[in-house]
Design a protein around this ligand. Sequence first.
Ligand code: NAD
Ligand code: TYD
Length: 352
Amino acid sequence: MILVTGGAGFIGSNFVLDWLAQSDEPIINLDALTYAGNRANLASLDGDARHVFVHGDIGDRALVDGLLATHRPRAIVHFAAESHVDRSIHGPGAFMKTNVDGTFTLLEAARAFWGTLDGAEKAAFRFHHVSTDEVYGSLKPTDPPFAETNPYEPNSPYSASKAASDHLVRAWHHTYGLPVLTTNCSNNYGPLHFPEKLIPLMIVNALAGKPLPVYGDGQQIRDWLYVKDHCSGIRAVLAGGRVGETYNIGGWNEMANIDIVRTVCALLDELRPDPAGPYARLITYVTDRPGHDRRYAIDARKIERELGWRPAETFATGIRKTVQWYLDNAAWVADVQSGAYKDWIGANYSAR
Ligand code: NAD
Ligand code: TYD
């Protein structure tokens, strides 16, 4: 079996669902159920003995030690993190606690457990750390995309905390020999994405007739990858990646934020036309994010060359599936928008 952390969040829950759709290898899913974690994402696995959900914190060493000793996973796939840049600007402390201290605790627990293994079990064990392209900083318009050899230049509290965790993972390999893998992926989108992030926020605001808040001039560029392609990339690296290596995962799809928003509006115009007029009428330019990175782009040739991985979806196919998913899952949206979500929307947007 494998131990997944953060498997009730956006990417983690997609990973758990895809894994168990393709394999009978069980998953222990350790998740603290912060505002971003949602048991409903995994409702289709209720009663499925292959999925063991544990409500707990990666920073709880005794809990993690007990899970490792009891279940003896062959791998840890580490998604758990605070993941939203804007929240990291409003309150960086939680990012240091989970992303840095939590990863440290998990590495120490993994190192102790791995030390008890012998022979084939020890050789096969993997600690797979899921990270982001944001650790590399911001690109100029003509710079080549981020390669695995780019220097780390994180600019936000979020990316600094992820960079710190990447460094810990690297050091635990070099110093202690822990068999680690790290993947640095670009912006994901798809089903079960919490509507604080750009794409789901635009979909749910548009459907509610609310303003579509575009930061600054909307010309910031991101590379966008359909979440299920990220999950298949992680499976490929876990299965065949070289120990101690990092692999960039991306969609070969650089787009400016304003073009993302216009694409979402056009799809909604087609799939759920609004009698009041085109959704793009709701686009509203608002005060920029402090320290906003201008451009991210991923050179994903290493994972393709070594492991034969390429994304299955284009942006056109992935975004259509995504918009349709939100139209089909209004109850999920209503559920996650209750309570604390409203406080965040007020904190982030009311003064912009
Ligand atoms: P998310 O915020 O949707 O989910 C994070 C999950 O981790 C939640 O279920 C939350 O409850 C859990 N969690 C948080 N703190 C925890 C703790 N201390 N102990 C246990 N569980 C805890 O995040 P996501 O978008 O699914 O991202 C998952 C991982 O992928 C993160 O490490 C993130 O840095 C990385 N990543 C995300 C993207 C993206 O576009 N979303 C891109 C590249 C990499
Ligand atoms: P986001 O989804 O928060 O991901 P990240 O900051 O990790 O790339 O934001 C994606 C881009 O969209 C980023 O450049 C910020 C921008 N953005 C807006 O313009 N408006 C918004 O309301 C949000 C949430 C993001």
